[in-house]
Design a protein around this ligand. Sequence first.
Ligand code: 13P
Ligand code: SF4
Length: 321
Amino acid sequence: MKCSGCDNAAGNKALVDEILQLKKDKKAVILAHYYVDGVLQDIADHVGDSLALAQKAADTARDADIVVMCGVNFMADTVKVLCPDKKVLVPDAAAGCSLADSCPADEFEAFIKAHPGYTVISYVNTSVEVKALSDVLVTSGNARKIVDSFAPDAKLIFGPDRNLGAYINSVTGRDMLLWDGACHVHERFSAESIAALKEKYPGAPVLVHPECKRPVVLMADKVGSTAVLLKYALDSDSDTFIVATESGILHQMRKGAPHKIFIPAPPTDSTCGCNDCNYMKLNTLEKLRDCLRDETNEVKVDPELAAKAIKPIERMLLLSK
Ligand code: 13P
Ligand code: SF4
């Protein structure tokens, strides 16, 4: 089965060469999330999950003049907060995130005020305004570790993803107060369609991102961030896997283990086998070339807001070590 994440750069050589030359001339670094098209993952200097990309931004991207984030806006905002003196560009300024949108800052602030004495833990998939309201940020790769770093009786708010929050509650034994937000991509997976795939591919481990709903998470052999699922797939002795996360990750799985079979779990509302994030898929090679060439779609973050948002981001990076 071929997904948008399966493309490679071979058919785009002229465009790829142009981007590589622009990158060199402008001292630019390209970061790409696992959910963007394979052609973009292949051209990037660093490809990773949300945690790895934030770590790269705090680390190697500091040597560049320009950082291009092939992902979504909350990721580019994080880069800008961490590297305020760099020019941060995005291929498409409309690359938002339904999960970040499910947590308007004014409503989240009212929720926090209604629960005095609570520590606020926010998923990195949020606006800069919500980050600035938070005590610490997490990604799906470090959420468990960071939640575990708080005293067992600590009063914790977790936002905005109710599914990730419920999963972390279940593995840590906590009872965090959850914001009622979700990602439209991961909510589209169903236990029924995964059960049907398990019947068709008996013995195939089920790999599930913790943004999925509880019944889907309960079917998993492995729950984790994109980086965790990728590592599991590459290290495992199994040769066939059922994958319940955005289809872009299949590119790295198939690249890293071309002899293995990766079956994308289908979204419930589609006959297509792939579950694409329409925001991630706004990134294209052409738009990457254009933004680098014309230095357009520059990310701006209000410095006062950035000064507040950097604290929970840096706390997260410290606690992830
Ligand atoms: P990770 O990169 O932490 O796996 O999260 C997935 C995601 O939804 C990013 O938007
Ligand atoms: Fe946001 Fe979901 Fe897309 Fe990730 S996959 S960027 S959480 S909408």
